[in-house]
Design a protein around this ligand. Structure first.
Ligand code: ZN
Length: 244
């Protein structure tokens, strides 16, 4: 407007990277059957792996520095501001994680073993979950369950956990690249890891169970460590590849 360029916020850029992950999943498919190609037929709790994987690049200092520019001066984002953005992203991430786990557990138990009209009411079930995982107990008049539209109107019934699970998968997949970058022969290792990500995740679509694809890529079951580290909940003991 007014001769000024359109600007993207960091949030916008992250969304762009996220959606480009879905785009790559579609573009790089080698499955000819439409119903199983690209993101089609990929289980709900794994379909966000490539997209959330891409978001990680927006939190790498070297990448942000290389693609950001002040609208007037052309200077990249200052490192100090980036560090503060990162700190804000991870602010109380433990609390946010437990909140997601509370919602996911409530959803799963409600759909797996809850008997309407039985001895245990919906509120009792939610109270039980909160006693198990909540750090801050909501006030007694809180009726969160009545507005938890994801699971009653949004199609997430027994699937709310997929938000957090997809984060586990994408963080652990990204960590494979961090590990490759930390090796002495980093360029070759990163190229090999990228090839494996293409062959075992991006290109196979829904032609096999997503957990099989993950294991084929990572050589093991998913682990939590990378997500905890990316969220600032454990010390980032792994080498900082982007600063090397
Ligand atoms: Zn998405």
């Amino acid at each position: 407007m007014g001769g000024r360029p359109a600007l993207l916020t960091h949030d916008d850029v992250t969304t762009l990277f996220h959606e480009s992950g879905h785009g790559l999943h579609h573009l790089l498919t080698r499955v000819d059957d439409l119903a199983l190609s690209g993101i089609s037929g990929v289980e709900w709790d794994a379909v966000e792996l490539p997209s959330q994987f891409m978001e990680n690049f927006c939190w790498e200092w070297e990448i942000v520095a290389s693609m950001s520019a002040h609208v007037d001066t052309g200077k990249p984002l200052p490192r100090e501001l980036f560090d503060r953005m990162l700190a804000a992203k991870n602010f109380q991430s433990g609390m946010a994680t437990l909140r997601q786990i509370e919602f996911a557990l409530f959803d799963m138990r409600l759909h797996a073993g809850f008997a309407p009209g039985g001895a245990q009411g919906v509120q009792d079930l939610l109270d039980e979950v909160r006693r198990e995982v909540a750090v801050v107990a909501p006030p007694a008049w809180n009726r969160f369950q009545n507005s938890f539209s994801h699971i009653f109107a949004g199609g997430y019934s027994a699937g709310y956990y997929s938000y957090k699970w997809a984060e586990v998968l994408s963080a652990d997949a990204y960590a494979a690249f961090e590990e490759a970058l930390a090796q002495p022969d980093a360029p070759a290792r990163v190229a090999e890891t990228g090839r494996r990500f293409l062959d075992e995740i991006l290109s196979v679509g829904g032609s096999r169970p997503a957990i099989d694809s993950f294991r084929a890529f990572r050589g093991r079951d998913p682990e939590l460590d990378a997500l905890l580290r990316h969220n600032g909940m454990v010390e980032a003991s792994a080498p900082e590849p982007s600063n090397a």
